[in-house]
Write a protein that binds this ligand. Structure first.
Ligand SMILES: [Zn+2]
Length: 439
């Protein structure tokens, strides 16, 4: 017997960018969306009575949200050492499944983890998919592929890059290709390149840490095996090199040269600007003891991000919504939707466009658009019922009290305890996940 759920009478925002449908009913059969209709226009093939009807008059229903930038293995770490060294794979994996549930409870039914310590994101994905733990659908990368002196190569040369680190150090093209093949064998969904050099970091004008041939070689090796590729690239020269190398989307692009906007637009390379992490440090860094120089650097980065990506959006570069949840300034379950708010507040996007970026836009970049990201028939019944209209006030998406219900595959998510209110990484409760490691 099919299990049938109907959510009736709500305003439906379907994630495609189409105008909202008022007094709509969404019908989910065996976890998949079967139909939606307005008023009493029930289709003939939706005649079988539902097992459960959720009355949602006056509410808004949106697709389950997607965070394209959430590091589930980082455990809300405060430093490179906490993320890269302390813990161990067992601890990181257990902590990850615990934290993944917070992401789901906040209305994010899917996320991309573009860079994991150990192979934790893949493990977490599989544990959730197998039904062992509640959590979102995860599009999982392994460790960043990093070159000498690049982003993720944080420690002195005499220490090297520990096996526990978020990056894996590859000094030659052959090592990079081998690492791609190894990661695919270990069942990653995508490959993450650590693109920027760490040289001249303060001047914000450094370039890539690897040659064009190396970058293209990684992309080719991953694409040949049917995997997507993304890249950490803040600097202008790295962004341009990444677009030419054929990466599937670019993360940050903070100091992108406006002259390269055409390159990204013509190739339709999406950008995930990841403003939340940067804005949180700017807005709250002083309160939580962040080095003032770092705060100043982040302020410059935020200014640059906003300036260049207002122009990118105007030119037609696709935008993705990713928060960089996973650090102490971006705890899990609390800040994912802040990115959508910042797209409206800082980038001037219409709320509908920001919602599309965080639903079907992100799903399309993963190659998941026939699975999640909109409320079209055939897709998974992932949706959120809101008390309020996010088109009038986008902050509804981040208000745990106004998220009335979350469904993943047509099943209501247990939200007890409800997702906690937003906070920064200075409260005692937050320190539990990391400080116990050093005792
Ligand atoms: Zn990241």
């Amino acid at each position: 017997m099919a299990k049938i759920l109907e959510i009736a009478g709500a305003t439906l925002i379907d994630g495609t960018g189409r105008a909202p449908m008022e007094d709509a009913t969404l019908r989910i059969v065996d976890g998949r969306i079967a139909a939606s209709w307005q008023h009493a226009d029930r289709p003939r093939d939706a005649a079988a009575p539902a097992d459960e009807v959720v009355q949602a008059q006056g509410r808004t229903v949106i697709p389950g949200l997607i965070d394209s930038h959430c590091h589930i293995s980082y455990g809300e770490g405060k430093s490179a050492e906490e993320v890269d060294i302390y813990g161990g794979p067992e601890w990181a994996a257990v902590r990850a499944v615990w934290n993944a549930n917070k992401v789901l409870q906040s209305g994010f039914t899917s996320f991309c983890d573009p860079g994991s310590t150990w192979n934790v994101a893949v493990t977490c994905r599989d544990a959730i998919e197998s039904g062992m733990f509640p959590g979102p659908r995860i599009f999982a990368a392994g460790r960043h592929i990093a070159a000498d002196g690049g982003f993720a190569d944080y420690f002195p040369g005499w220490l090297g890059m520990p096996v526990s680190a978020e990056g894996v150090l590859c000094s030659t093209l052959e090592q990079m290709r081998k690492e791609v093949r190894m990661q695919v064998k270990n069942r990653v969904d995508l490959v993450k390149i650590s693109g920027d050099s760490q040289a001249q970091d303060r001047d914000c004008n450094a370039g890539p840490c690897m040659s064009d041939d190396e970058m293209a070689g990684i992309v080719q090796a991953a694409h040949a095996l049917g995997r997507k590729v993304t890249i950490h690239s803040r600097y202008a020269k790295t962004v341009a090199a990444a677009a030419r190398a054929g990466v599937d989307w670019v993360i940050h692009a903070s100091y992108m040269d406006p002259a390269d906007i055409g390159l990204l637009r013509d190739r339709q390379v999406p950008v995930c600007p990841t403003m939340t992490y940067t804005a949180n440090i700017v807005q709250h860094g002083r309160d939580v003891g962040v080095d003032p120089n770092y705060i100043e650097t982040k302020q410059r980065e935020l200014d640059s991000l906003v300036t260049v990506h207002r122009r990118s959006i105007e030119a037609g570069v696709p935008m993705m919504a990713g928060s960089e949840a996973g650090f102490s300034v971006t705890p899990y379950g609390q800040w994912h939707s802040r990115e959508i708010e910042l797209m409206v507040e800082l980038l001037g996007m219409k709320p509908m466009d920001a919602i599309v970026a965080a639903t079907s836009g992100n799903a399309r970049a993963f190659g998941w658009d026939r699975q999640v990201g909109s409320l079209l028939p055939g897709l998974w019944g992932d949706c959120v019922i809101l008390d309020g209209d996010p088109l009038k006030d986008i902050r509804v998406l981040g208000d745990a009290r106004r998220i009335l219900a979350v469904y993943k595959g047509g099943v209501a998510v247990d939200r007890t305890p409800v997702a906690p209110r937003r906070r920064m990484g200075h409260e005692r409760s937050l320190a539990v996940s990391t400080s116990v490691l050093t005792r």
